[in-house]
Design a protein around this ligand. Structure first.
Ligand code: GLC
Length: 721
């Protein structure tokens, strides 16, 4: 399609329609898809809605085709709709929430899962996914930490690029390739008090150094779209933030893809007190660099006046419309408006055995073994197994933002254990609910009886999926008193107990960790959760996940993260309550987290030896080779995530005590050793300096290698330049 010619023939009304995105319900009134945000009157007529250029919140190929037919019939130039959806961690076959996927440290697995999700979405008529979400997260109170791959810029960047590659495949040329949209630009994950949509107050230094690199990695990977965030950054809503959208995104990064607002975010600038009215909102957003307006119609209603008043230019409108037409053209929609939508392929692909096998493997690799004192793996010869707790038979384990996924498709822990041990007697009792209700009283008698008679007890606790995600911040992170009472009763009557914890964020597990001999954190594991949990608990799979986000001892430590600053008065030992006064301590608890970033156990023990560096200096022309030998001292096949960190000891700005610069996931047979070699370059040591340049500064660096951000071997090298 000659989109320049098409543009020249379009009326202003058609052009403004292309810059407006409306829910599918505006095209098909019986659309039953979940709406992901507040719906309120937009001030337009039904006939106006049909000029819209894209839609969201539809479900399935049939729905898509019907809506496409309705829309194109109403379009003067028969311009096809773009169909967009929140395919965040699967479409119908659901893999673990992204915070769990972050714990895999596995780019290939993430790419494979995104590819599978994109394929299932494409046959259901999706052209664009509002994924990956690259908001760096350090505060577990925020409900949307579940949607991020974690607290580290390097890990997020590598996994974010893997999501983009998985979705977009061969630059949208493939039948099942869908466009990706990185979000939420920027720093949505740092709201004050961990409360969703709240203000974000960061220095430009911290913004650039820590919060922006993940989005940039996705742009470097070719992401087609970007979505500004609801929050303000430095007092200015991202939707009209010229530093973010104009100076950095369009200027420094030269991004020429589509910028699509978040849901009703144009009009929410009025509530922020930055836009005077809807017309002013459109003026601010478009002049900052936004193209498409999601679920409001200020562009459609007021752009003509703004053009007449010289507050917008036709060139701005045309440039934005061309971006939309160009994406439609590269997706081949003018030739084939239905693209890959196919009811037949939906039936063949959704929940097919290969996709179930993939998401089960992902759930196994996302799970993190936090504690194991000789309990796991349980014997596969167990005759009597008790599966106890609110998540024993819970099918709601697919997580928030699970698109077309359905609870009824999910395998429960009880079903997974019964399937794995067909000859065992596997009994269950709930004991209490997952409600966050401080007053609920658990029903302990039957749980105690079951636990007392069992060879092994699987204690399923945690946070329900709908208590995480958008709008669901929490001021407390503890397990409920009822769940803790159930845990105490069960463990008292059977020491051969393993706790399996479900959650969409780092929960505070301090009390549970004191009494339970084994603890496996499985996040919201998705469609195959129960099978993955059973295989891990009984040794058919070996845990390898490592935390993508720090677990606090108490909510009072939030925000908490490994890459912290040293301060001028650091505590001597972060793991104990420091008695002396004038240092950066808490009176009532150690500074150290309960479990650190990068931490996770295995059924094996891995030893690290022969840590060497190729030189005691590094220069722009001479990268450093960092080597370590890792040996599997255990009895199981296993995967180990080896981590490389640095510390810049002296610089023009204070530098973190530790920064992840590389990681490698290796597979070792029992007794096998492997040499892991990292290459560290001068570019890896660059940062945003005091004078605002992005550069390295000569001087001493510590180089660390180890299994997590606490157990590290180190040496010193010098950057000479
Ligand atoms: C929501 C979310 C955003 C999502 C959009 C469309 O409010 O903030 O992540 O992509 O609306 O559902």
């Amino acid at each position: 399609m000659d989109i320049q010619k098409l543009l020249s023939e379009m009326t202003l009304q058609e052009k403004l329609g292309q810059l407006t995105q409306l829910n599918a319900i505006f095209f098909k009134h019986d659309n039953t898809a979940d709406i992901t945000g507040p719906t309120s009157r937009l001030g337009i007529e039904e006939s106006d809605a049909l000029y819209s250029g894209s839609t969201l919140n539809f479900i399935g190929a049939k729905d898509m085709k019907e809506i496409q037919d309705i829309a194109m019939a109403a379009q003067p130039h028969k311009i096809p709709l773009l169909f967009m959806q929140d395919v965040i961690h699967g479409y119908r076959t659901i893999y673990p929430i992204p915070l769990g996927m972050g714990c895999t440290f596995d780019e290939e697995l993430v790419e494979e899962c995104a590819r599978m999700a994109g394929k299932e979405a494409a046959v259901s008529g999706v052209h664009v996914t509002f994924s990956p979400m690259l908001d760096l997260v350090r505060d577990a109170r925020w409900g949307r930490v579940m949607e991020s791959t974690g607290e580290d810029p390097h890990l997020n960047g590598r996994l974010g690029a893997a999501f983009v590659r998985g979705y977009q495949g061969n630059h949208l040329q493939g039948k099942y390739d869908i466009a990706a949209c990185v979000k939420h630009f920027a720093a949505y994950g740092a709201p004050e008090a961990g409360r969703d949509y709240n203000a974000v107050e960061l220095s430009e230094h911290t913004l650039r150094e820590t919060y922006l690199p993940g989005y940039r990695a996705c742009i470097d990977a070719g992401v087609e779209m970007i979505m500004p965030s609801f929050n303000t950054v430095g007092g200015v809503p991202s939707t009209c933030n010229r530093l973010l959208l104009d100076r950095i995104l369009r200027g420094e990064w030269a991004f020429d893809g589509i910028v699509i607002s978040d849901y009703n975010a144009y009009r929410e600038m009025i509530r922020h007190g930055v836009a005077e009215n809807e017309k002013h909102a459109a003026e601010l957003a478009i002049n900052a660099g936004c193209d498409v307006e999601m679920m409001s119609a200020t562009t459609y209603l007021y752009a003509q006046e703004l053009l007449a008043e010289g507050k917008l230019t036709m060139a701005q409108i045309d440039r934005a419309v061309l971006r939309v037409l160009d994406l439609k053209n590269r997706l081949g929609l003018f030739e084939n408006p239905y693209r890959a939508a196919s009811e037949q392929e939906e039936a063949e692909l959704h929940l097919c055995p290969a996709h179930r096998a993939l998401v089960r493997r992902a759930a196994e690799e996302a799970s993190v073994l936090l504690k194991n004192e000789g309990v796991l793996p349980f014997s596969q010869k167990a005759k009597k197994v008790a599966v106890i707790g609110p998540f024993a038979k819970e099918k709601g384990i697919k997580g928030f933002w699970s698109c077309a996924g359905r609870d009824e498709d999910c395998v429960t822990v009880l079903s997974g254990v019964r399937a794995l041990l067909p000859d065992a007697e596997v009994a269950t009792v709930k004991g209490c609910s997952w409600a966050v209700d401080e007053t609920a009283v658990p029903d302990l008698d039957e749980a105690i009886e079951l636990a007392s008679e069992a060879d092994a007890v699987v204690l399923c606790l945690g946070e329900y999926q709908e208590h995480t995600g958008e709008g669901n911040s929490r001021a407390t992170l503890n397990l409920s008193p009822a769940q803790m009472a159930l845990a105490r009763a069960v463990i008292k009557h059977n020491k051969n107990t393993a706790a399996v914890i479900f959650g969409g964020r780092p929960l505070v597990l301090t009390d549970l960790a004191e009494i339970v001999p084994a603890m496996l954190y499985v996040w919201q594991p998705g469609t195959e959760g129960g099978n993955a949990v059973a295989r891990l608990l009984f040794g058919k799979a070996n845990p390898s996940g490592k935390l993508s986000m720090t677990f606090p001892r108490a909510v009072g430590q939030c925000p908490i993260y490994y890459s912290r600053m040293h301060t001028g008065r650091p505590v001597k030992d972060p793991k104990v309550v420091t008695q002396s006064g004038y240092c950066s301590r808490y009176l009532d608890m150690p500074v150290a987290p309960l479990y650190p970033f990068g931490y996770g156990l295995s059924y094996n023990t891995y030893t690290y030896d022969n840590f060497t560096v190729s030189d005691d200096k590094i220069t722009p022309d001479a990268p450093l080779e960092v080597a370590v030998t890792v040996k599997n001292e255990g009895a199981y096949e296993g995967k180990e995530i080896v981590q490389l960190y640095i510390r810049d000891k002296f610089a023009s700005v204070a530098r973190p005590v530790l920064e992840l610069k590389d990681f490698a996931k290796i597979e070792l047979a029992p007794g096998e050793s492997a040499a892991v070699i990292f290459t560290l370059t001068e570019e890896d040591l660059r940062f945003h300096t005091a004078d605002g340049t992005f550069a390295s500064e000569r001087g001493e660096f510590e180089i660390f290698v180890g299994p997590d951000s606490e157990r590290l071997m180190s040496t010193t090298v010098y950057l000479e330049k």
